[in-house]
Design a protein around this ligand. Structure first.
Ligand SMILES: Nc1ncnc2c1ncn2[C@@H]1O[C@H](COP(=O)(O)OP(=O)(O)OP(=O)(O)O)[C@@H](O)[C@H]1O
Length: 303
């Protein structure tokens, strides 16, 4: 059983701070690394995979520093976000080449085993260029599994997949975790992480924002003030009714409509139609004004 540990890790590119003082521990099972685009997920994964040095802090696997430590590399497999192989080689050729890079004693047998694990035997002799997105993702998994590492890092593995391919890959990742591996995958979609990860680490703007199981993360995301844009036939009358009712913290009249900050999201969405009806004001539109992932996540950071 393997454990990845990050202690006060930062990484900057010139004067861009991509990762800022992150401390976290990732143990066996599936962990989701959740955060909006540009949050620093790939940078973290590349540091854990030994492809990038931390600018400060330490990244270790079972106590051994990862950077420039080939012994540790043998125990890690990384599935990058981008395509990893030339289009014209076959899946089997790609995996055999990876087995040789790892100097495995019997590269052909290791390649066959890895291809079998991801259930790609049927397409192993076809050129990678002809694979679907899901098949490409699975062959990348095989390349990361060829040396049978106890730790698997996957960068946005579900990007661009259709629902069936997603389910297939989720199954595969679960199977790999059931065998005792430590698996980390990144995503910017909470629902995806929810379905697969027993544990979630949230990262926003390079900082570690929260961690816990999906119930805790979901609660953190919904228990917060919500900003709504409300348009109606008579915004002034509606504003007065909302204030009188007390289900919102603030109401602002803007030229786009009413900007309402609701303290209790469920109560507000339930009460608003009733308040409008009582005030005899026709509602035209109620839309969340701050539902972008960035704003949801920045709320977590500000806590
Ligand atoms: N090689 C680089 N040179 C300069 N800046 C970089 C480099 N790589 C990443 N960055 C910057 O560091 C920050 C974090 O990027 P990173 O790719 O780690 O985030 P991410 O969460 O993986 O995002 P995405 O999901 O969009 O890939 C971003 O602001 C990005 O522009």
């Amino acid at each position: 059983m393997s454990e990845l540990k990050l202690e006060n890790v930062s990484r900057w590119y010139g004067n861009v701070v991509a990762v800022n003082g992150v401390t976290m521990t990732i143990g066996p099972g599936v962990t989701g690394l959740l955060g909006p685009n540009g949050a620093g997920k790939s940078t973290l994964i590349h540091m854990m995979g030994g492809f990038l040095a931390p600018s400060s802090g330490t990244v270790t696997l079972d106590g051994a520093p990862i950077w420039r430590n080939p012994d540790v590399y043998r125990r890690l497999g990384l599935v990058p976000e981008r395509e990893a192989a030339y289009d014209f080689i076959t899946g089997a050729q790609f995996i055999q080449a990876m087995a040789k890079l790892h100097r495995l004693p019997d590269p052909d047998a290791a390649a066959r085993r890895a291809i079998g694990l991801v259930e790609m035997d049927y397409a192993a002799d076809r050129a990678i260029g002809n694979y679907s997105k899901g098949m490409k993702q699975r062959i990348k998994m095989a390349s990361a599994l060829v040396h049978d590492p106890p730790v698997l890092l996957l960068d946005e593995p579900f990007n661009g997949m259709d629902p069936r391919q997603r389910l297939q890959l989720m199954d595969l990742i679960r199977r790999m975790a059931d065998e005792g591996r430590t698996i980390l995958f990144s995503s910017h979609i909470l629902e995806e992480v929810e379905r697969l990860a027993g544990h979630i680490e949230v990262i926003v703007a390079g900082r570690h924002a929260a961690s816990g199981d999906f119930r805790r993360i979901r609660r953190l995301m919904t228990d917060r003030p919500h900003l709504f844009l409300v348009r109606s036939a008579d915004d002034r009358a509606l504003a007065a009714a909302i204030i009188a009712d007390g289900s919102a913290r603030s109401v602002r009249l803007t030229d786009k409509g009413l900007q309402v900050e609701a303290t209790d999201f469920q109560r507000f969405t339930w009460l608003l139609p009733q308040v409008a009806k009582q005030a005899d004001v026709r509602l035209w539109e109620v839309s969340p004004a701050d539902e972008s992932l960035e704003s949801v996540f920045s709320y977590l950071v500000a806590k």
